[in-house]
Design a protein around this ligand. Structure first.
Ligand code: UD1
Length: 423
């Protein structure tokens, strides 16, 4: 989704002060999808007001749910759902619309979505989601770009061994298993904190899920009558927190980042320390102090608790200015180096060879006219622009708005100079 807005950033101002992190986008999306299961009310606190969340709201409303906002609280009533088909337009707006697959199938026995197709960071197929649902007895038909998944007599618990610990597949299978008969076991499950949050939400509504956060998740099926209305607060967004940490380091500033679960950002904290950034950790906050040029570090993206792929672009912006040569290996997505080309336009020295980027640090970057190709690549460009000499223009800001609630305003409060230009 592209709108005409752009950011104009005057670099060279370091960030100082306190910034509060919002609720996790990647926890909110599956939780909203899971609200379909109980056929009643879910009250969800701490929901970030983001474009991606708005798309999931549109999906739920299209299906017939009632969705109301009160500040950062969303109330969803899914009793009135009357459709099990997500139209192509909503699938196109956000790949994560596919997260309604498991819960619609579990409650209604049928779901039809259009194929999410390719995306900017890689092909992102659905095979693991579909294989998992088939293991629970569903049949899958793929025709003319549409996927229909159905079950005649309800789903039956089974063992699903994921070839890869896919976050979305783990979530869809967990949701599908909630109303299946018998026990489902997911092996090689994703271990991300957002999976644990989904488990907590499901259990609060009466589901029986355990094991989230380790690689084997067990779901004992319940009846829809056993599910009840639920009140839940989503966890803080670890990627938003991480982005602010790197923004502070790259500008040589000093910022306290609040509403953080430090354990969730540990992989990034370790890398920042290795790079020479000063970080202090409290119960629910992190303090970051930039100390001039960072040292080069190597990193490899891995499923949690490894270094998150969603922080790779922002780290590349920081390492562009490091002393020495860093090697970044991207192992999760095959096409996640688009920001490298844009950073080169600012004077960065980055060579990409397949899934590896070799970054020779330069002493300074200078402003350029850039384009955000996806959400985290867009964030990386903002960070590079904050540190650069001269002004930078970043096009396609809607990519950034998908996952950050007015990043421009938040950073201006910390001393940045960012103007959002409409039209
Ligand atoms: C989620 C996150 C995204 C993050 C990613 C990896 C949400 C809404 N999005 O995306 O921000 O970057 O996890 O941490 O939570 N794969 C298959 N077949 C499948 C499914 C996935 O081959 O059926 C592959 C993908 O192409 C990719 C890898 O598995 O290479 C990981 O993808 P996955 O964990 O599924 O990512 P998402 O859930 O889409």
């Amino acid at each position: 989704m592209i709108n005409g807005e752009k950011l104009m950033i005057v670099g060279g101002h370091n960030l100082r002060g306190t910034i509060q992190v919002g609720g996790s986008k990647n926890a909110t999306l599956p939780i909203l999808a899971a609200s379909i299961l109980n056929g009643s009310k879910s009250t969800i606190h701490g929901v970030p007001r983001l474009l991606d969340v708005a798309v999931m709201q549109d999906v739920l409303s299209y299906l017939g749910a009632k969705v109301n906002w009160f500040g950062n609280t969303v109330e969803v009533d899914t009793e009135s759902i009357h459709s099990v088909e997500v139209p192509e337009e909503l699938m196109r707006r956000m790949r994560a619309s596919n997260l309604v697959l498991g819960s619609l199938l579990s409650r209604f026995g049928r779901v039809k979505i259009s194929y999410p197709g390719g995306c900017q960071i890689g092909s992102r197929p659905m095979n693991l989601h579909l294989k998992g649902l088939q293991s629970l007895g569903a049949t899958v038909h793929e025709k003319f770009g549409f996927i229909t998944v159905e079950t005649k007599e309800g789903l039956t618990g089974g063992v699903v061994h994921l070839d890869q610990p896919s976050v979305g597949a783990t979530e869809n299978i967990m949701m599908a298993a909630v109303l299946a008969s018998g026990v489902t076991v997911i092996r090689n499950a994703a271990k991300e904190p957002e999976i644990v949050d989904l488990q907590n939400f499901l259990n609060s509504m009466g589901a029986r899920v355990k094991g989230a956060g380790i690689d084997t998740i067990k779901i004992e099926g319940v009846r829809i009558e056993d599910l009840r209305p639920v009140v839940h607060t989503v966890i803080p967004d670890r990627i938003e927190a991480g982005t602010h940490m790197v923004a502070t380091a790259v500008t040589g500033g000093e910022v306290t980042i609040t509403n953080v679960i430090p354990e969730h950002v540990e992989p990034l904290l370790a890398k920042l320390r290795e790079a020479g950034v000063k970080v202090g950790v409290g119960d629910d906050f992190v303090q970051v102090q930039g100390t001039g040029r960072v040292k080069a570090v190597d990193l490899k993206t891995m499923p949690y608790p490894g270094f998150p792929t969603d922080m790779q672009p922002q780290m590349m912006a920081l390492l562009s200015l490091a002393e020495g040569t860093s090697i970044v290996a991207e192992t999760i997505f095959e096409n996640r180096f688009k920001h490298a080309g844009e950073l080169r336009r600012m004077g960065a020295d980055i060579k990409v060879e397949g899934q590896i980027a070799i970054i020779k640090g330069v002493p300074k970057l200078s402003g350029a006219h850039l384009e955000a190709s996806d959400l985290r690549a867009g964030a990386a460009l903002v960070l590079a622009a904050l540190a650069a000499e001269n002004g930078t223009v970043i096009e396609n800001v809607s990519h950034i708005d998908r996952g950050y609630e007015r990043l421009d305003l938040k950073y201006n409060e910390l001393g940045a100079r960012i103007i959002r230009v409409h039209g």
